[in-house]
Design a protein around this ligand. Structure first.
Ligand code: FE2
Length: 289
Protein backbone atom coordinates (compact mmCIF):
# COMPACT_ATOMS: atom_id res chain seq x y z
CA UNK A 1 0.00 0.00 0.00
CA UNK A 2 1.06 3.56 -0.37
CA UNK A 3 0.09 6.91 -1.79
CA UNK A 4 0.80 7.70 -5.40
CA UNK A 5 -0.90 10.78 -6.72
CA UNK A 6 -0.26 9.77 -10.28
CA UNK A 7 -1.77 6.34 -9.64
CA UNK A 8 -4.16 5.37 -12.48
CA UNK A 9 -6.91 4.89 -9.90
CA UNK A 10 -7.09 8.65 -9.33
CA UNK A 11 -7.07 9.61 -13.00
CA UNK A 12 -9.69 7.18 -14.30
CA UNK A 13 -13.16 8.72 -13.84
CA UNK A 14 -14.92 5.43 -14.55
CA UNK A 15 -12.88 3.74 -11.81
CA UNK A 16 -13.38 6.60 -9.36
CA UNK A 17 -17.16 6.46 -9.89
CA UNK A 18 -17.24 2.72 -9.21
CA UNK A 19 -14.98 3.01 -6.16
CA UNK A 20 -17.04 5.86 -4.71
CA UNK A 21 -20.31 4.07 -5.37
CA UNK A 22 -19.11 1.07 -3.35
CA UNK A 23 -17.74 3.34 -0.64
CA UNK A 24 -21.00 5.32 -0.40
CA UNK A 25 -22.94 2.19 0.53
CA UNK A 26 -21.22 2.34 3.91
CA UNK A 27 -22.58 5.79 4.71
CA UNK A 28 -25.41 4.66 6.94
CA UNK A 29 -24.12 1.22 7.75
CA UNK A 30 -24.60 0.11 11.34
CA UNK A 31 -21.88 -2.07 12.84
CA UNK A 32 -23.00 -5.68 12.69
CA UNK A 33 -25.49 -5.30 9.84
CA UNK A 34 -24.64 -7.54 6.86
CA UNK A 35 -22.72 -5.86 4.05
CA UNK A 36 -24.72 -5.43 0.83
CA UNK A 37 -24.16 -7.83 -2.07
CA UNK A 38 -21.82 -6.49 -4.75
CA UNK A 39 -22.03 -7.62 -8.36
CA UNK A 40 -18.33 -7.56 -9.10
CA UNK A 41 -17.34 -7.26 -12.74
CA UNK A 42 -15.18 -9.78 -14.56
CA UNK A 43 -12.37 -7.19 -14.57
CA UNK A 44 -12.57 -6.91 -10.79
CA UNK A 45 -12.54 -10.69 -10.37
CA UNK A 46 -9.53 -10.88 -12.68
CA UNK A 47 -7.65 -8.39 -10.49
CA UNK A 48 -8.41 -10.54 -7.43
CA UNK A 49 -7.15 -13.68 -9.20
CA UNK A 50 -3.93 -11.96 -10.31
CA UNK A 51 -3.17 -10.69 -6.83
CA UNK A 52 -4.16 -13.94 -5.13
CA UNK A 53 -1.79 -15.91 -7.38
CA UNK A 54 1.08 -13.44 -6.88
CA UNK A 55 0.62 -13.41 -3.12
CA UNK A 56 0.71 -17.19 -2.81
CA UNK A 57 4.08 -17.07 -4.51
CA UNK A 58 5.33 -14.16 -2.41
CA UNK A 59 4.26 -15.90 0.80
CA UNK A 60 6.64 -18.78 0.19
CA UNK A 61 9.36 -18.64 2.83
CA UNK A 62 8.30 -15.15 3.91
CA UNK A 63 5.34 -15.63 6.26
CA UNK A 64 5.01 -17.27 9.68
CA UNK A 65 3.89 -20.89 9.73
CA UNK A 66 0.81 -20.14 11.85
CA UNK A 67 -0.31 -17.56 9.30
CA UNK A 68 0.36 -19.94 6.43
CA UNK A 69 -1.80 -22.56 8.14
CA UNK A 70 -4.56 -20.00 8.71
CA UNK A 71 -4.38 -18.96 5.05
CA UNK A 72 -4.71 -22.56 3.91
CA UNK A 73 -7.78 -23.01 6.12
CA UNK A 74 -9.30 -19.62 5.38
CA UNK A 75 -12.66 -19.56 3.57
CA UNK A 76 -11.19 -17.28 0.91
CA UNK A 77 -11.53 -18.35 -2.73
CA UNK A 78 -8.77 -17.96 -5.31
CA UNK A 79 -10.99 -17.50 -8.34
CA UNK A 80 -13.43 -14.72 -7.41
CA UNK A 81 -13.92 -11.84 -5.02
CA UNK A 82 -16.05 -13.24 -2.23
CA UNK A 83 -18.89 -11.32 -0.61
CA UNK A 84 -18.25 -10.10 2.92
CA UNK A 85 -21.13 -12.24 4.12
CA UNK A 86 -19.81 -15.33 2.33
CA UNK A 87 -16.46 -15.19 4.16
CA UNK A 88 -17.94 -13.68 7.32
CA UNK A 89 -20.30 -16.58 8.01
CA UNK A 90 -17.42 -19.00 7.98
CA UNK A 91 -15.22 -16.76 10.09
CA UNK A 92 -18.02 -16.52 12.62
CA UNK A 93 -18.12 -20.31 12.89
CA UNK A 94 -14.32 -20.44 13.34
CA UNK A 95 -13.53 -17.49 15.60
CA UNK A 96 -16.72 -15.45 16.11
CA UNK A 97 -15.57 -12.67 13.75
CA UNK A 98 -17.34 -11.16 10.76
CA UNK A 99 -16.88 -8.21 8.42
CA UNK A 100 -18.82 -5.01 8.82
CA UNK A 101 -18.91 -2.45 6.04
CA UNK A 102 -16.53 0.50 5.81
CA UNK A 103 -16.35 3.11 3.06
CA UNK A 104 -12.92 4.51 3.87
CA UNK A 105 -11.31 5.83 7.01
CA UNK A 106 -13.23 4.87 10.13
CA UNK A 107 -12.52 6.71 13.40
CA UNK A 108 -10.22 4.81 15.77
CA UNK A 109 -12.81 4.35 18.48
CA UNK A 110 -15.26 2.69 16.10
CA UNK A 111 -12.70 0.72 14.05
CA UNK A 112 -10.68 -0.61 16.95
CA UNK A 113 -13.52 -0.82 19.48
CA UNK A 114 -15.71 -2.95 17.18
CA UNK A 115 -13.11 -5.68 17.27
CA UNK A 116 -14.08 -6.32 20.89
CA UNK A 117 -17.41 -7.64 19.58
CA UNK A 118 -15.95 -9.57 16.66
CA UNK A 119 -16.66 -6.98 13.96
CA UNK A 120 -13.92 -6.05 11.52
CA UNK A 121 -14.48 -3.04 9.27
CA UNK A 122 -13.81 -3.87 5.64
CA UNK A 123 -14.29 -2.07 2.33
CA UNK A 124 -15.74 -3.61 -0.82
CA UNK A 125 -13.98 -1.71 -3.59
CA UNK A 126 -11.07 -3.17 -5.56
CA UNK A 127 -7.79 -1.58 -6.63
CA UNK A 128 -7.31 -0.30 -10.20
CA UNK A 129 -6.95 -3.15 -12.73
CA UNK A 130 -3.88 -1.74 -14.48
CA UNK A 131 -1.72 -2.02 -11.34
CA UNK A 132 -2.97 -5.14 -9.59
CA UNK A 133 0.11 -5.56 -7.41
CA UNK A 134 0.03 -2.05 -5.98
CA UNK A 135 -2.70 -0.12 -4.25
CA UNK A 136 -2.58 3.38 -2.79
CA UNK A 137 -5.29 2.50 -0.27
CA UNK A 138 -6.55 -0.62 1.51
CA UNK A 139 -9.10 -2.42 -0.67
CA UNK A 140 -11.21 -5.58 -0.46
CA UNK A 141 -8.12 -7.67 -1.24
CA UNK A 142 -6.24 -6.26 1.73
CA UNK A 143 -9.23 -6.49 4.04
CA UNK A 144 -10.69 -9.86 3.11
CA UNK A 145 -7.53 -11.70 2.15
CA UNK A 146 -5.19 -10.12 4.71
CA UNK A 147 -7.43 -9.69 7.72
CA UNK A 148 -9.68 -12.60 6.77
CA UNK A 149 -6.63 -14.88 6.99
CA UNK A 150 -5.90 -13.61 10.50
CA UNK A 151 -9.50 -13.92 11.59
CA UNK A 152 -9.50 -17.60 10.65
CA UNK A 153 -6.95 -18.18 13.42
CA UNK A 154 -8.01 -18.29 17.10
CA UNK A 155 -4.60 -16.89 18.07
CA UNK A 156 -5.05 -13.77 15.94
CA UNK A 157 -8.78 -13.40 16.62
CA UNK A 158 -7.91 -13.22 20.33
CA UNK A 159 -5.40 -10.45 19.64
CA UNK A 160 -7.91 -8.41 17.62
CA UNK A 161 -10.38 -8.70 20.50
CA UNK A 162 -7.64 -7.69 22.93
CA UNK A 163 -7.02 -4.53 20.89
CA UNK A 164 -10.77 -3.90 20.72
CA UNK A 165 -11.35 -4.24 24.46
CA UNK A 166 -8.50 -1.79 25.20
CA UNK A 167 -9.95 0.74 22.74
CA UNK A 168 -13.37 0.43 24.36
CA UNK A 169 -11.90 1.36 27.73
CA UNK A 170 -10.45 4.74 26.66
CA UNK A 171 -11.62 7.94 25.01
CA UNK A 172 -8.72 10.38 24.69
CA UNK A 173 -6.80 10.87 21.44
CA UNK A 174 -3.55 10.11 23.29
CA UNK A 175 -4.75 6.72 24.49
CA UNK A 176 -6.41 5.72 21.21
CA UNK A 177 -3.36 6.84 19.26
CA UNK A 178 -1.11 4.55 21.26
CA UNK A 179 -3.43 1.56 20.78
CA UNK A 180 -3.63 2.35 17.10
CA UNK A 181 0.18 2.46 16.81
CA UNK A 182 0.52 -0.85 18.63
CA UNK A 183 -2.06 -2.35 16.27
CA UNK A 184 -0.33 -0.86 13.21
CA UNK A 185 3.14 -2.19 14.07
CA UNK A 186 1.89 -5.66 14.99
CA UNK A 187 -1.32 -6.86 13.36
CA UNK A 188 -0.73 -4.79 10.20
CA UNK A 189 3.05 -4.71 9.75
CA UNK A 190 4.48 -7.12 12.31
CA UNK A 191 7.37 -9.52 11.82
CA UNK A 192 8.45 -12.40 14.04
CA UNK A 193 11.49 -14.66 14.26
CA UNK A 194 10.88 -18.22 13.24
CA UNK A 195 13.36 -21.02 12.57
CA UNK A 196 16.30 -18.65 12.57
CA UNK A 197 14.84 -16.11 10.17
CA UNK A 198 12.45 -13.15 10.19
CA UNK A 199 8.99 -13.70 8.77
CA UNK A 200 5.89 -11.62 8.27
CA UNK A 201 2.65 -12.02 10.14
CA UNK A 202 0.98 -8.57 9.73
CA UNK A 203 -2.08 -8.38 7.48
CA UNK A 204 -0.72 -5.46 5.44
CA UNK A 205 2.36 -7.50 4.63
CA UNK A 206 0.40 -10.68 3.88
CA UNK A 207 -1.72 -8.80 1.35
CA UNK A 208 1.03 -6.76 -0.28
CA UNK A 209 3.23 -8.35 -2.92
CA UNK A 210 5.58 -5.38 -2.99
CA UNK A 211 5.98 -5.09 0.78
CA UNK A 212 6.70 -8.81 1.11
CA UNK A 213 9.33 -8.81 -1.59
CA UNK A 214 11.20 -5.89 -0.12
CA UNK A 215 10.61 -6.42 3.60
CA UNK A 216 14.24 -7.33 4.23
CA UNK A 217 15.28 -3.96 2.80
CA UNK A 218 13.38 -2.17 5.56
CA UNK A 219 15.11 -1.40 8.84
CA UNK A 220 14.09 -4.40 10.91
CA UNK A 221 14.21 -3.57 14.57
CA UNK A 222 13.27 -5.41 17.74
CA UNK A 223 9.90 -4.46 19.22
CA UNK A 224 10.30 -1.10 20.96
CA UNK A 225 7.22 0.54 22.40
CA UNK A 226 8.91 3.90 22.98
CA UNK A 227 9.93 4.20 19.32
CA UNK A 228 6.52 3.08 18.16
CA UNK A 229 4.81 5.64 20.37
CA UNK A 230 6.92 8.54 19.22
CA UNK A 231 7.77 7.94 15.57
CA UNK A 232 5.46 9.69 13.06
CA UNK A 233 3.33 7.30 11.05
CA UNK A 234 4.56 6.42 7.61
CA UNK A 235 1.19 5.95 5.96
CA UNK A 236 2.22 6.08 2.33
CA UNK A 237 4.77 4.05 0.41
CA UNK A 238 6.65 1.08 1.76
CA UNK A 239 7.30 0.98 5.49
CA UNK A 240 10.87 2.11 6.22
CA UNK A 241 10.95 0.41 9.64
CA UNK A 242 9.40 -2.90 10.63
CA UNK A 243 9.35 -4.27 14.17
CA UNK A 244 9.97 -7.88 14.97
CA UNK A 245 8.87 -10.05 17.87
CA UNK A 246 10.97 -12.97 19.11
CA UNK A 247 8.10 -15.30 18.20
CA UNK A 248 4.31 -15.31 17.92
CA UNK A 249 4.23 -16.31 21.61
CA UNK A 250 6.18 -13.12 22.31
CA UNK A 251 3.62 -11.18 20.27
CA UNK A 252 0.73 -12.67 22.24
CA UNK A 253 2.42 -12.02 25.55
CA UNK A 254 3.36 -8.44 24.61
CA UNK A 255 -0.12 -7.46 23.43
CA UNK A 256 -1.83 -8.96 26.46
CA UNK A 257 0.69 -7.35 28.83
CA UNK A 258 0.20 -3.96 27.20
CA UNK A 259 -3.50 -4.02 26.48
CA UNK A 260 -5.31 -6.12 29.10
CA UNK A 261 -5.07 -3.31 31.67
CA UNK A 262 -4.70 -0.45 29.20
CA UNK A 263 -6.32 2.77 30.40
CA UNK A 264 -6.03 6.54 30.04
CA UNK A 265 -2.95 6.57 32.27
CA UNK A 266 -1.00 3.90 30.43
CA UNK A 267 0.85 6.39 28.23
CA UNK A 268 2.16 8.63 31.04
CA UNK A 269 2.68 5.61 33.33
CA UNK A 270 5.08 4.13 30.77
CA UNK A 271 6.92 7.43 30.41
CA UNK A 272 5.60 7.98 26.88
CA UNK A 273 5.10 11.63 25.93
CA UNK A 274 1.67 12.94 24.96
CA UNK A 275 1.03 13.56 21.26
CA UNK A 276 1.17 17.34 21.48
CA UNK A 277 4.63 17.27 23.04
CA UNK A 278 5.95 15.36 20.05
CA UNK A 279 4.35 17.75 17.57
CA UNK A 280 2.12 14.89 16.48
CA UNK A 281 -1.62 14.84 16.21
CA UNK A 282 -4.05 12.04 16.86
CA UNK A 283 -5.09 10.51 13.58
CA UNK A 284 -7.18 7.58 12.52
CA UNK A 285 -5.36 4.27 12.38
CA UNK A 286 -3.87 4.45 8.90
CA UNK A 287 -4.89 0.91 8.15
CA UNK A 288 -8.41 1.75 9.13
CA UNK A 289 -10.87 1.98 6.36
FE1 FE2 B 1 -5.69 -3.35 7.44
Amino acid sequence: MGAAHDHPGFADPHYVRRRNHLADQARHHRVGDPSPHVDYTETEHRTWRTVHRALLQAHQGRICRTVEEARDQAPIPADHIPQHTEVGEELTALTGFSFTLAGGIVPNQRFLGSMADGHFHAVQYVRHPTMPLYTPEPDVIHDVLGHGTHLTSPLFADLYRTVGRAARRVHSDDALDLISRIYWHTLEYGLAHESGTTKAYGAALLSSYGELLRMHQAHIRPWNLHEIATRPYQVSGYQPVLYTMRSLDHLTQTLHDLLDDFDEDTRPRMGLPPLAERGLTGRPAPSTH
